[in-house]
Design a binder for this molecule. Structure first.
Ligand code: UDP
Ligand code: MG
Length: 311
């Protein structure tokens, strides 16, 4: 089979009104590069007409391929499935909602051709809610601190990867992961460029607050054990402080006698520590849960059918 130069990877979940406008902008850009290419869409269990539209795109545009999932396995699994089936020397990921302008693709390609193996992007004038922007900033700072990696914008999915990186990612087989961070661990020469960012063209974000929190837990626990270490540290500090407090009470007992007031203050302090303990059990649980998922070795995603691949 002929190896295309460029693979474009697009995860799709309920994006029926965005697919046609996306192709109208994406296809001319990719065509204009003059390179051989393939465009891989993963239909991540959409409940709207997305799959139907994608199948017409396969017939209409040469080079379009569709992977149909058996259900909703999430954006990152959708991208990983396409990575496994991609053939390009350069692989570029992109959202289906036109938040990432396809016109930026040639700039990403140029960076890979210069010799960089991962091209990250920083969203200029990001068009998202204030809450999302603030939360992202917090996630970016803590992730960099915890993992020792350096990336300005973990959330932006318009990214380019060299084939070597994709091959390494394909060897991982993790079932909970965060692709930009995973790629960064394999990168020997990463770079970042600024790209423009638009508001979602149609439909609404597929990430509820809950899904967003789950995803960020994947990012935090998947790439570092610092949360566990911080928690252990917290425990040590607490026990030292309470020992000091106990000694203080003992001495006080000899000098002024036993104390009776302040029972509720004691409750307040107690509840605070109980809170910390529960949080700690939760953090441990997050790791145990992930270990359990990996140990079970269930398939990460199930492909029902593919379209446009030469069988
Ligand atoms: N997506 C997906 N599966 C999901 C959630 C999202 O394939 O379970 C796709 C979605 O169709 C879009 C991309 O991932 O192409 C980014 O999703 P979205 O725009 O909703 O995220 P946001 O921009 O709000 O972070
Ligand atoms: Mg979006």
């Amino acid at each position: 089979m002929e190896q295309p130069y460029l693979s474009i990877v697009v995860p799709v979940y309920n994006e029926e009104s965005n697919l046609a406008p996306l192709m109208e902008r994406l296809y001319p850009v990719v065509k204009a590069t003059g390179r051989t290419f393939e465009i891989l869409f993963t239909n991540d269990g959409s409940r709207d007409r997305s799959l139907e539209i994608l199948r017409t795109l396969v017939d209409e545009y040469p080079g379009v391929k569709v992977i149909e999932f058996n259900g909703n396995f999430g954006q990152h699994m959708a991208i990983l499935a396409a990575f496994e089936m991609s053939l390009g020397r350069i692989v570029i990921t992109l959202d289906a909602d036109l938040q990432n302008p396809p016109e930026e693709i040639p700039r990403l390609m140029t960076e890979i051709e210069k010799g960089y193996d991962v091209v990250g992007t920083i969203r200029q004038k990001r068009q998202d809610s204030l809450f999302r922007k603030l939360a992202s900033r917090l996630v970016n700072i803590t992730t960099n601190k915890m993992t020792g990696m350096k990336m300005s914008d973990y959330g932006c999915m318009l990214r380019a990867y060299h084939r070597n990186i994709i091959d390494n990612i394909n060897r991982c087989g993790e079932s909970t992961t965060f692709i930009p961070a995973l790629a960064q661990t394999f990168a020997s020469k990463p770079t970042e460029i600024e790209v423009s960012h638009a508001e979602r063209a149609a439909g609404e974000s597929k990430y509820s607050l809950y899904k967003l929190i789950r995803l960020n837990f994947d990012l935090m626990t998947g790439f570092s054990v610092v949360p566990l270490q911080l928690f252990a540290l917290c425990g040590i500090i607490t026990s030292v402080l309470s020992l000091a407090f106990a000694i203080f009470l003992l001495i006080r007992r000899f000098i002024v006698g036993a104390e009776v007031e302040g029972v509720f203050t004691l409750f307040a302090i107690l509840f605070f520590f109980i809170g910390i303990i529960i949080m700690g059990i939760g953090i441990v649980g997050e790791y145990v849960g992930r270990i359990y998922q990996e140990v079970r070795k269930r398939p990460r995603f199930v492909v029902r059918r593919t379209y446009g691949f030469d069988e």
